[in-house]
Ligand binder design. Structure first.
Ligand code: GLU
Length: 419
């Protein structure tokens, strides 16, 4: 889905987003500068025996951007495009995300440059175990807690937990979140990012005066976030008009059927070709006539090249970093409400926090308790961001950054950092 190979790195984008807001805030210059850099970063290379008997060397990263408000928190991504610069950006975004929704965590992220779609389960397991061992001095339930991200899932989290626990000689469920339920995973974690996103869409629709059940939705990406968003919104009566994935896409004016798309994806590896639909390209999806556009894939999808052609009234960022700063400006000028990633997709890390808390207490909540707590955090956070945007006359991203940077800077100041 990369549009242009010479675009600036995700970290340059993250820095520009940070600088634009930090410049206007009254924060200590030392703290302001420190927040431009990861606190700690590690790059590892490690061998994995492949099924054909050869040994392949993979590169992996773990970056802790900030720990002023608590241990580092953030997912592990397996993707061919993973780079150190990307992981640095994603770790910084995690710092803001945790602060926006008030979680007692800092920000971190990890990744391995690999293509899990072309690897067997055995190869992915060996890669996961070796990577976990390589970073086992960095991660820890009180220092840095990984979770799932693009192309990692509960099984990968289970292997990480098992590898770490085996090394320590005891059961350490709080080392990662997003685990399967029988291993200390939280009820509601799988749907959490999508649920949080839908709560934001609901609140934003109220603000724009759009009835929820009348919304026409376009979704880019049909992984954990995209597919759950589609099924929840379809249940609310919204019309899902377009969906794309890495291989292709589908359009149906009368509304797509989530069950049919899921069957098609399972049988062919893509939603493309779902019976009763027309095919849709990624470029067409971004420009589709709809009310809500949900980018739920990877970075740099809405750029200055296509932002002017967006017809949606609202963009809810399921992915991290899908909109470039130039596109943001164009969208703001057009009056498109962009619910930024650090708020829109924070439901995932919020339930990861609940999972970690349950692991530490060894006492588990019902799905209703999880959903209720998530609902409260997301609606309150949406209201604070919207309130700040109105008060400062900015868009929602600048408002979310404003809140987050001040919270992190305050924690650093109280701890006596940079004095
Ligand atoms: N990968 C998710 C995110 O970007 C969740 C991370 C986690 O649960 O630690 O927010």
């Amino acid at each position: 889905m990369k549009e242009n190979a010479c675009q600036e790195s995700a970290y340059d984008v993250a820095l520009r987003q940070y600088d634009a807001v930090a410049d206007k805030l009254d924060i200590d210059p030392g703290i302001r500068e420190m927040l431009r850099h990861p606190r700690f970063a590690v790059e590892v290379a490690f061998p994995v025996k492949m099924d054909d008997g050869t040994v392949k060397v993979f590169k992996g990263y773990r970056v802790i951007h900030n720990t002023a408000r608590g241990p580092g928190k953030g997912g592990i991504r397996y993707h061919p495009d993973v780079t150190f610069e990307e992981v640095k950006a994603l770790s910084m975004w995690m710092t803001w995300k945790c602060a926006v929704v008030g979680l007692p965590f800092g920000g971190a992220k990890g990744g391995v440059t690999c293509n899990p779609l072309e690897m067997s389960q055995g190869e992915i397991e060996r890669l996961t175990r070796r990577f976990t061992t390589e970073i086992s001095d960095v991660i820890g339930p009180a220092t840095d807690i990984p979770g799932p991200d693009v192309f990692t899932n509960p099984q990968v989290m289970a292997w990480m937990m098992d590898t770490y626990s085996t090394q320590k000689g005891r059961f350490v469920p709080g080392i990662v979140t997003g685990k399967p339920i029988p291993l200390g995973g939280s009820l509601g974690r799988a749907q959490a990012t999508a649920r949080g996103l839908v709560i934001c869409i609901r609140e934003a629709a109220k603000e724009l005066g759009l009835p929820l059940n009348s919304l026409r939705i376009a979704v880019q990406g049909y992984g954990n976030v995209g597919s759950n968003v589609v099924s929840i919104l379809n249940g609310y009566g919204c019309k899902i008009v377009g969906v794309t994935d890495v291989m292709g896409g589908v359009f149906c004016e009368a509304g797509l059927d989530p069950a049919a798309m899921t069957t098609q994806l399972r049988e062919t590896g893509s939603v493309e070709g779902t019976p009763g639909t027309d095919s849709l390209s990624n470029a067409e999806l971004i420009e589709l006539d709809c009310d809500v556009l949900v980018p739920a894939a990877i970075e740099n999808q809405i750029t200055k090249a296509n932002a002017g052609k967006v017809k949606a009234r609202m963009i809810a960022e399921g992915a991290n970093g899908p909109t470039t700063p130039e596109a943001d400006e164009i969208l703001s000028d057009k009056g498109v409400m962009v619910i930024p990633d650090v708020l829109a997709n924070a439901g995932g890390v919020t339930v990861s926090y609940f999972e970690w808390v349950q692991n530490l207490m060894n006492f588990y909540w019902t799905e209703e308790e999880v959903a209720e707590r998530l609902e409260r955090i997301m609606t309150d956070s949406f209201a604070s961001v919207l309130g700040t945007a109105k008060e400062k006359g900015t868009n929602l991203r600048a408002a979310a950054y404003n809140l987050a940077i001040l919270r992190v800077a305050e924690a650093m100041k109280l701890r006596g950092v940079c004095r």
